[in-house]
Design a protein around this ligand. Structure first.
Ligand SMILES: NC(=O)C1=CN([C@@H]2O[C@H](COP(=O)(O)OP(=O)(O)OC[C@H]3O[C@@H](n4cnc5c(N)ncnc54)[C@H](OP(=O)(O)O)[C@@H]3O)[C@@H](O)[C@H]2O)C=CC1
Ligand SMILES: O=C1OC[C@@H](O)[C@H](O)[C@H]1O
Length: 358
């Protein structure tokens, strides 16, 4: 089984840089199980692309002897050396870029939110299957070792007893003064708003901590929600979702771009114990504590790997592709569609329509 991926990185921005950091670190470490070769950076600007290669310190030495080229988007899609594309551009560009990457015969890992609505996501998954190519939404959170460990404690060992309630918050105060109205964080045409940007993670925590099944197998739930639409930008910067599973478990999910959130950002309550999660970034589940009601020693976990955490999803995909799979078991297509359907309904119930919905 060959565990080598030849990556093309689309968009030389913030998240692409964080993603590439992990690939470079992986390649600099002895004994890494997967070779992640960065073949190409697709950028709107040649100089920006070269600056990206430089600032992320991608060299032949830490890239398995390969030079990284910088290409225009169109050259990038046609690059025969790239076999998987990572899409790190604003939400509303994902759809067209996934299509062009698949048309170019490449597997795709596309940043969250995968698309703006479920209809578009379905179209992309159908296309990938028809071309026999792997396609996944990059919800990296789901792939952290901390999550697998928590799921073992919660669902297999029942360390919390009966789980009843989850609080999950992802909030940070957007620097409105320094974020121009045409930035991806504010522009409705780029899919701005807290729900698609950070609310998606609170729904993700409900999915992975309240239910041990994914996609078509999921436990049924219902929800009600409120969005506060900003009078200037017309998108939600305050978002609350109340969720109830058929088995009675509840999730209280909040996200905001008006105010900063508190720590712990996740609190999961059961009859015998409580999980609390801490992080500099609630998308990155690096640290948790489990405290027990009977006074037992708490369990404490912290990821000390030195990775940002993108390596976990990247390695999982390498194994999937080597095994000939078209989707991943942790976030199969149906799971992305489920989360997208929740976000569609929340927007519908609160009057948030993106131009792409029409
Ligand atoms: N997994 C995670 O934790 C995170 C995921 N994300 C997701 O990644 C995506 C990108 O976010 P982020 O990296 O923060 O965004 P940035 O604005 O930092 O970068 C996006 C890049 O996309 C390209 N681009 C093309 N067209 C546009 C446009 N009209 N406006 C802005 N950029 C454009 C640019 O690259 P170039 O000029 O080189 O073509 C730009 O640098 C989003 O969908 C977001 O949800 C973001 C942060 C964290
Ligand atoms: O996915 C994300 O996680 C971290 C946030 O800061 C960012 O806005 C968002 O896109």
């Amino acid at each position: 089984m060959s565990l080598t991926l030849n990556w093309g990185i689309l968009g030389a921005g913030n998240i692409s840089s964080q993603f590439v950091h992990d690939l470079v670190l992986n390649n600099s470490r002895e004994g890494s199980e997967v070779k992640h070769i960065v073949r190409s950076i697709g950028s709107s600007s040649n100089s920006k692309g070269h600056e990206f290669v430089k600032s992320n310190n991608i060299t032949k030495n830490n890239n398995h002897g390969f030079e990284t080229v910088v290409q225009s988007y169109d050259e990038f899609y046609a690059n025969p050396d790239v076999n998987i594309v990572y899409i790190g551009t604003p939400h509303t560009l994902h759809k067209e870029q996934v299509i062009k990457s698949l048309e170019g015969g490449k597997h795709v890992l596309c940043e969250k939110p995968f698309t703006v609505n479920k209809r578009d996501a379905e179209e992309l998954f159908k296309l990938a299957k028809s071309k026999n190519l792997f396609l996944m939404e990059a919800v990296w959170t789901r792939f952290f070792p901390s999550i697998a460990l928590l799921q073992k404690y919660i669902f297999e060992e029942k360390a919390l007893g009966e789980v009843h309630r989850l609080f999950a918050d992802f909030s940070f105060e957007l620097d409105f003064e320094n974020s121009p109205p045409e930035s991806r964080m504010r522009d409705i045409r780029l899919g701005a708003g807290a729900l698609l940007d950070i609310g998606i993670y609170t729904i993700t925590y409900a999915r992975i901590l309240l239910d041990n099944k994914v996609g078509d197998e999921h436990t049924k739930f219902d929800f009600k929600s409120f969005l506060t639409l900003d009078p200037t930008d017309g998108v939600d910067y305050n978002t609350s979702i109340l969720l109830k599973y058929d088995n009675g478990k509840q999730g209280i999910l909040t996200s905001s771009n008006y105010v900063n959130g508190a720590m712990p950002y996740v609190r999961l309550e059961g009859t015998k114990g409580v999980v609390e999660m801490f992080s500099d970034n609630p998308a990155r589940p690096k640290k948790f504590t489990i405290s027990f009601t009977d006074g037992r020693e708490p369990i404490e976990y912290e990821d000390q790997s030195g990775y940002n955490g993108f390596i976990y999803e990247a390695n999982a995909i390498a194994k999937d592709i080597a095994a000939g799979k078209l989707e991943d078991d942790i976030i199969p297509h149906a799971e992305t569609l489920l989360v997208m359907s929740v976000m569609d309904q929340v927007r519908k119930d609160n009057g948030l329509v993106y131009p792409q919905d029409k």
